[in-house]
Design a protein around this ligand. Structure first.
Ligand code: MG
Length: 260
């Protein structure tokens, strides 16, 4: 499998801390958007990203292993909350992509998973599709026909999520199993990107930047330039001959642009 992955994150123009976190390994790619006062959001998102990156260690992982790991991250966040009362109420989204092995088949598929309002997009043959569905108040208002997606971008409830790690009951992740394509790109991002950059602009930026790192950097830059009202984090995963230059597996380590 030939995968090139790259990441970028920025605190934005308004927030004092970057409570987003991310993980880039050769098997799992994750964005976690933390919440909670006194820097607790950073703790929650860090626990989620680190716990998910442990999936890179075994020889094989199944879809169930990924789901179990999300539950483990949730329990670890709850434990961290109990140990430090100032962290009460912290939580995080956890959203991403994993390469999972089919039982005994020697085959693999993609598993996209989501808890919260970070997103996974997929681009195949120039067509951009949002794979995940936000667990958010505004998504429910859109579904009920109360507001439009454009209105959701500025809605006062836009930061209210309906599912998260750390928030009480064990959150059930949404999951999608996808067959790998010969050439495809995934984008995993926090709502600091999608709150600032409409899908059409996102698609255009991706098309203009065949290199994964260039694409991640350009998306984060666009969100900050559009206002940067939230932390913004982007992981780009290119599989196959996405930009025609991927003859070797050169998955890159975790990288950070910015200011934390
Ligand atoms: Mg956010």
């Amino acid at each position: 499998m030939t995968v090139t992955a790259a990441a970028a994150t920025d605190v934005g123009r308004v927030r004092e801390h970057n409570e987003d976190d991310l993980a880039v390994t050769d098997r799992v790619w994750v964005v976690a958007d933390g919440m909670g006062g006194h820097a607790a959001g950073e703790v929650a998102s860090r626990i989620a990203a680190e716990t998910m990156s442990e999936l890179a260690v075994p020889d094989q992982v199944s879809a169930q292993d990924v789901i179990d790991q999300i539950a483990l991250a949730h329990r670890r966040i709850e434990t961290a909350m109990r140990q430090h009362p100032s962290r009460r109420g912290m939580g995080t989204t956890v959203t991403g992509l994993a390469r999972v092995d089919e039982e005994g088949e020697g085959e693999w598929r993609w598993l996209v998973f989501n808890v919260g309002d970070s997103r996974v997009y997929r681009i195949v043959e120039g067509q951009l599709a949002q794979v995940t569905r936000d667990h958010s108040e505004v998504r429910e208002l859109i579904d009920a026909g109360v507001i439009t997606p454009e209105e959701a971008r500025r809605h006062p409830l836009r930061n209210v999520i309906t599912r998260s790690l750390g928030g009480g009951a064990n959150p059930v992740p949404d999951q999608w199993l996808l067959d790998p394509q010969a050439s495809e790109r995934f984008v995993i991002c926090s709502d600091g990107l999608t709150g600032e950059v409409p899908d059409e602009e996102l698609r255009a930026i991706l098309e203009a930047h065949p290199n994964a790192q260039d694409a991640a950097d350009a998306l984060v830059r666009a969100a900050v330039e559009a206002g940067g009202r939230d932390n913004v984090t982007v992981v780009v995963v290119d599989h196959g001959s996405h930009d025609g230059t991927h003859d070797v597996n050169d998955t890159q380590p975790r990288s950070r642009l910015a200011t934390r």
